[in-house]
Design a protein around this ligand. Structure first.
Ligand SMILES: [Zn+2]
Length: 268
């Protein structure tokens, strides 16, 4: 089973996709990440054979007076030749894009649903693997093939090391067991629809406009650059505020607490 039988143009690859720029972006999947020196259990929904890969920009926006790096935008260059964030990156030497693979997973970590006020034992998330992680996962996939299976349904304990620069999706993946996914609801075991990652020119254009406006007012800084006489107060009052960006800031916040995962209906 693979994520898609077609290759959208914004994937690293070929092809074209038509885009309705006025369409409101659907809510993005939560991203899997770990605190340093912590672990979690995940089950792969992607089988590992044909993992989609995209270029994406990660942009810092200010929300509620805080720097928020959880803003990811799929690059437009591959599909449309030009990309507002590539142009911004070129001009201001920041927000370069990087290539990531998109693995759909289930994280076995309970959280309290705001809708139902009940504990939900697991959640579907996207694991974005940069180069080092993707190499690890390709080896894990090869290991699963040797065992006559794939990554799909494979449960791993994932640990993230203490190094601040360690991959936030974990540095160690220890295979635990294969899980019978058919015991879970159908909607919970599908890999994510790749269209959720389709680039959005209108959105990116608006983000860049805000970034530019922030720069003009001295209100927005980038990465760790706090030099250059920028008044910290400007950082809060100027630049991109949550209200400014409104709908198009994508909330990748983690809905979950820090409890150890408990064993669900799935026997591990
Ligand atoms: Zn770009």
């Amino acid at each position: 089973m693979t994520e898609s039988t077609t290759t959208p143009s914004w994937l690293v690859g070929t092809g074209k996709i038509s885009m309705d720029e006025s369409a409101k972006a659907p809510r993005k999947p939560f991203r899997f990440w770990l605190n340093r020196d912590s672990k979690s259990k995940i089950i792969f929904l992607s089988d590992g054979s044909d993992v989609p890969c995209i270029w994406e920009h990660q942009v810092k926006l200010r929300r509620k007076g805080k720097d928020d790096w959880n803003n990811y935008f799929t690059c437009l260059e591959a599909s449309q030749g030009t990309c507002p964030l590539c142009a911004y990156a070129e001009e201001f030497e920041m927000y370069w894009k990087q290539q990531v693979q998109l693995y759909s997973i289930i994280e076995l970590k309970p959280y309290r649903s705001k809708k139902t006020n009940k504990d939900v034992p697991y959640s579907r998330k996207i694991l974005t693997a940069k180069k080092a992680t993707s190499e690890i996962l390709m080896r894990k996939y090869a290991g699963r093939l040797d065992a006559n299976s794939t990554l799909r349904g494979a449960c791993f304990e994932v640990y993230r090391g203490t190094d601040p620069k360690s991959a936030s999706v974990g540095t160690d993946f220890e295979f635990k067991t294969m899980v019978d996914l058919s015991k879970l609801p159908k909607e919970d075991i599908l890999p994510f629809d790749l269209n959720l990652f389709a680039p959005d020119r209108l959105l990116m254009t608006r983000v860049v406009e805000r970034l530019m406006r922030g720069d003009l007012s001295g209100g927005l800084t980038h990465s760790s650059d706090t030099s250059g006489g920028i008044n910290p107060q400007d950082l809060i009052s100027g630049g991109v505020s949550e209200d400014d960006v409104g709908d198009f800031v994508i909330d990748y916040g983690d809905p979950q607490g820090n409890e150890e995962p408990h064993d669900l209906a799935i026997q591990l």
